[in-house]
Write a new protein. Structure first.
Lengths: 257, 137
């Protein structure tokens, strides 16, 4: 039997297709991500800082240490290169509108705990050109270090100074053995994330647990969407302060002064 | 056609120059793709080897976006197994040392990665997620 050109080409084409499908199919399979299973859905995370309880411990920095240790936040020698997620600031700088010419120095200088306020209307998010910082549905202002190009618009936009820029490689400045939490690299901006990695596992932020761990309990964390949560109860029962409310950012770190 | 000899010679020199790096590599014993050590604690990667070899970078990018942007942390593999989407927590659990696994091929292929600028070597002691009981990015 003689084979015609047309039928030869058809057969050859079929043969080629058959030979190539097996490896291609194997390289094309893929699983899926289980979407919408995260623990933060339908929530609005917030924190309440009880100043009086915090002050009873004087210069305590258990929360700062716990946070910076777990998140590999470096302690750098040059103060201009400082990187901070949570730290203490003088009261007059935290609440400038609450200081009068008659406020005693002791009151002006009292150490006040500050961190990212996870605003409802975050100016840092609005200015980010790469959307590497954005607001999650649960209220957390999150950072994607993979996308940050280090332009520092957010650092300038944040009215609370909550953001730090990595002017140098942070790794040499990490105190002690680093944890498995990814370090940052030179040229990105970082800040507090309300411990999203812990929230995903159903835990509260590390600073809150550290504060409780030393028996102080000045920090309360919870979901404002839940009327039964401890933060909701505190906000109902107390006169609370927020930093620079006149700017309209609606911070979600509240202070009992 | 008086220059056949010169043309053939020229083509020959050109061929040797162009394929030179290949011969040099083979001569130095660098021709073969690197041998990767098989993890001691697992027989099978989360997806078939052919897929992982060809498209691990896409998978990692997908994982990165899912975890960081959408807070979704669970990957359902084609065999139905559930895995935490975590470079340090899942990949490095078997491929313990990136110098002996990732970097071997990447050096061979001349493809630079910047994963390790931030992500770190797996520690010998319990991980952050184990110590905190939480997930590790």
């Amino acid at each position: 039997m003689t084979m015609r050109r047309r039928s030869f080409l058809k057969l050859a084409g079929l043969g080629l297709a058959g030979a190539s499908t097996a490896p291609v199919a194997e390289a094309l399979v893929r699983g899926t991500t289980e979407a919408g299973k995260n623990a933060s859905q339908g929530k609005r995370w917030a924190m309440v800082i009880d100043e009086k309880k915090c002050l009873t411990r004087g210069g305590c920095d258990a929360c700062v240490k716990a946070c910076h240790r777990a998140h590999n936040v470096p302690a750098l020698a040059d103060p201009r290169h400082e990187v901070k997620w949570v730290w203490k600031e003088q009261f007059e700088n935290v609440f400038p509108d609450r200081v009068t010419p008659y406020t005693p120095a002791a009151m002006k200088e009292r150490p006040t705990l500050v961190l990212c306020n996870h605003c409802d209307n975050p100016p840092c998010v609005r200015v980010c050109p790469t959307q590497s910082t954005w607001k999650r549905a649960d209220g957390i202002v999150m950072m994607d270090m993979h996308r940050c190009i280090g332009c520092r618009y957010c650092v300038v936009a944040c009215p609370y100074g909550s953001r730090s820029f990595n002017f140098e490689d942070p790794r040499p400045g990490i105190q002690g053995e680093p944890t498995d939490y990814p370090t940052r690299t030179k040229g990105v901006v970082e800040k507090c994330t309300f411990c999203t990695e812990r929230l995903a596992a159903g835990q509260r932020p590390l600073c809150v647990e550290a504060c409780e761990g030393i028996g102080c309990g000045a920090l309360t964390f919870g979901d404002l969407g839940d009327p039964a949560s401890p933060v909701s109860a505190l906000l109902r029962a107390n006169d609370v302060a927020r930093r620079k409310p006149e700017l309209g950012t609606s911070p979600h770190v509240f202070y009992l002064l | 056609m008086h220059d056949t000899g010169k043309i053939v010679l020229g083509l020959g020199v050109f061929g040797v120059l162009v394929t030179g790096p290949l011969w040099y590599g083979i001569g130095r014993g660098k021709g073969a793709p690197p041998e990767l050590p098989k993890p001691a604690n697992a027989k099978q990667c989360i997806e078939p080897t052919a897929f992982m070899r060809a498209r691990h970078m896409e998978l990692l990018n997908e994982w990165r976006d899912a975890v960081v942007r959408n807070a979704d942390r669970v990957y359902v593999a084609t065999d139905g197994q559930h895995h935490e989407m975590s470079l340090t927590g899942t990949c490095l659990r078997c491929h313990e040392d990136q110098d002996k696994f990732c970097n071997k091929c990447h050096l061979y292929a001349g493809v630079e990665t910047f994963c390790w600028d931030c992500h770190q070597k797996k520690k010998g002691k319990p991980t952050l997620s184990a110590r905190l009981g939480g997930g590790t990015p």
